[in-house]
Ligand binder design. Structure first.
Ligand SMILES: C[S@@+](CC[C@H](N)C(=O)[O-])C[C@H]1O[C@@H](n2cnc3c(N)ncnc32)[C@H](O)[C@@H]1O
Length: 268
């Protein structure tokens, strides 16, 4: 089966770049010394792997899509490997930790991926950045594109579903990530304060949510959004959001640590 991003991944770097606040959070949650070996699973074009390599980690990027790998910067110290999370082409305990950024909703088998991740990082930390399908708040975006709700529920594993895939002895925590208004990474919820951005095809094309949306529903939602922005109806109903610096859109970090997770001392 062709990798999904071989169909929808062209032009990804135009709007998708590592955001420094997300990078800082990943590093804090990994809690590993510089020099640690980290696997970035579903690395895309490698912007987060690159940011971690620049922060002193020894990075390996695993990515199934040729289209995505071909867009990776060629001047970085990252080791690139073709492959999928469900069958990792690495020996047991090859890494000290793993990161998975906005990719688990594309996995065909989360249980197989969890078992493979545990095998290659043993008890090391696994940091997942994803969308919480149980998030209570309904962002304004869903008012125009209501099918996103079903899309999210059917593709993003819930916190409890993720917990159930890892070992009962692991400690697992979830922390919401409030989206700053000026995110560098243009994922689907990133422009929460700037509704006009959703009218830009380049922005929409950087997100699998819009790429996979039924074209008729997409046009219907865009038409309604365009109309409401022009008439002032959007600002009358949702405009207070323009005053916020950050917003809980449902994005969450999940950190899984094995029982014997102990930070290796690679500096000393
Ligand atoms: C939204 S992109 C995120 C890429 C990167 N992590 C980032 O944040 O820029 C999702 C990525 O997951 C990858 N992916 C899809 N199915 C996968 C699988 N089964 N195993 C590993 N990666 C997968 C896609 O090819 C794509 O590059």
């Amino acid at each position: 089966m062709p990798a999904i991003y071989d169909k929808i991944g062209n032009g990804y770097n135009a709007t998708r770049r590592a955001d420094s606040r997300i990078v800082d959070r990943i590093i804090a949650l990994l809690d590993l010394p510089q020099g640690s070996r980290i696997i970035d699973i579903g690395a895309g074009t490698g912007s987060y792997a690159r940011a971690l390599a620049d922060s002193g980690y020894e990075m390996t990027a695993l990515e199934p899509s040729t289209v995505m790998r071909d867009q990776a910067a060629t001047d970085s110290p990252i080791s690139w490997v073709a492959g999928a999370a469900e069958s990792l082409p690495f020996a047991d305990c090859s890494f000290d930790g793993a990161i998975l950024i906005l990719c688990i909703h594309h996995f065909s088998n989360m249980a197989a991926a969890a078992s493979e991740i545990r095998r290659v990082v043993h008890s090391g930390p696994v940091v997942i950045f994803s969308y919480d399908p149980d998030a209570v708040e309904l962002p304004w975006l869903f008012h125009y594109f209501p099918s996103f709700r079903d899309q999210i529920r059917s593709s993003f594993p819930s916190f409890s579903a993720i917990c159930s895939q890892f070992d009962g002895g692991d400690s697992i925590s979830a922390t919401p990530f409030l989206l700053p208004h000026d995110l560098a990474d243009g994922f689907a919820g990133a422009a929460w304060r700037y509704p006009e951005r959703y009218l830009e095809q380049e922005f929409r094309d950087g997100t699998s949510a819009f790429r996979q949306l039924d074209p008729q529903l997409r046009e219907k939602g865009l038409e309604a959004l365009r109309h409401d922005l022009e008439s002032g109806a959007w600002d009358a109903r949702f405009g207070e959001i323009r005053l916020l610096q950050e917003y809980d859109h449902g994005y969450t970090f999940i950190t899984i640590k094995g029982e014997q997770s102990a930070a290796p001392n690679r500096m000393g």
